[in-house]
Design a protein around this ligand. Structure first.
Ligand code: GRF
Length: 202
């Protein structure tokens, strides 16, 4: 199974996939890594000799123009699966529709709890005693797609956002590596994915 991973940040989830991918027994290969900015995580790909590409969000006039450029880059690699792993941008509907259902995302909360860009912060602010990690099929909603797998993570008294995120990330990494393995072994994302929402419905 060939994978393109898209990131914006440190790429710790990406690194876990690269490490798994380097194992000849693991039936999936990260063939390229893309980012919407000069993400530190791109260095992990370089370390593993995996090609990278950059589609800087700031270089484009609109989300749609950026999305089209990103899609064009992804298509160069023609992957079986695209993994969003800390990509901090919403993909425009045209991109989601073009890639669906072979498009998954990892989110540091127990969806549908705490969707969006600040799931960890929101869990801390809500004062809950447990949050989680979720892997979903991306659709045109924000973190609303079908849940492939998720697992609870405890929130401890006095946890900062960083503390909780660092406790969630190892769980995310394990779920992501396992989910990609399941997909390589035949998990049918099409059976899971909902019909992408019409672009008009947000
Ligand atoms: C991950 O927790 C991911 O779910 C969230 O941002 C974090 C990215 O971490 N969207 P990293 O870049 O993989 O270290």
């Amino acid at each position: 199974l060939s994978i393109v991973v898209l990131i914006s940040g440190t790429g710790s989830n990406l690194r876990a996939l690269l490490e798994a991918s380097a194992d000849a027994e693991y039936p999936a290969r990260v063939i390229a890594v893309g980012a919407d900015r000069e993400a530190p995580g791109l260095s992990h790909a370089e370390g593993f000799g995996v090609p990278t590409f950059l589609v800087p969000y700031s270089s484009y006039e609109s989300r749609e123009a950026w999305g089209e450029a990103l899609l064009e880059q992804v298509r160069v690699w023609n992957p079986d699966l695209v993994v969003l792993s800390g990509l901090m941008r919403l993909l425009p509907p045209g991109v989601v529709d073009a890639l669906s259902p072979h498009l998954i995302n990892t989110h540091p909360a127990y969806l549908p709890e705490f969707p969006g860009a600040h799931g960890v912060r929101d869990a801390i602010r809500a004062g809950v005693d447990q949050s989680g990690a979720s892997i979903i099929v991306v659709d045109n909603g924000v973190d609303q797609g079908p849940i492939i797998v998720q697992e609870r993570v405890a929130v401890l008294p006095g946890d900062t956002e960083h503390d909780l995120h660092e406790r969630i990330k190892p769980v995310e990494r394990r779920l992501l590596v396992q989910t990609v393995l399941d997909i390589a072994n035949g998990l049918d994302l099409g059976a899971l994915s909902t019909r992408p929402l019409p672009a008009s419905i947000k």
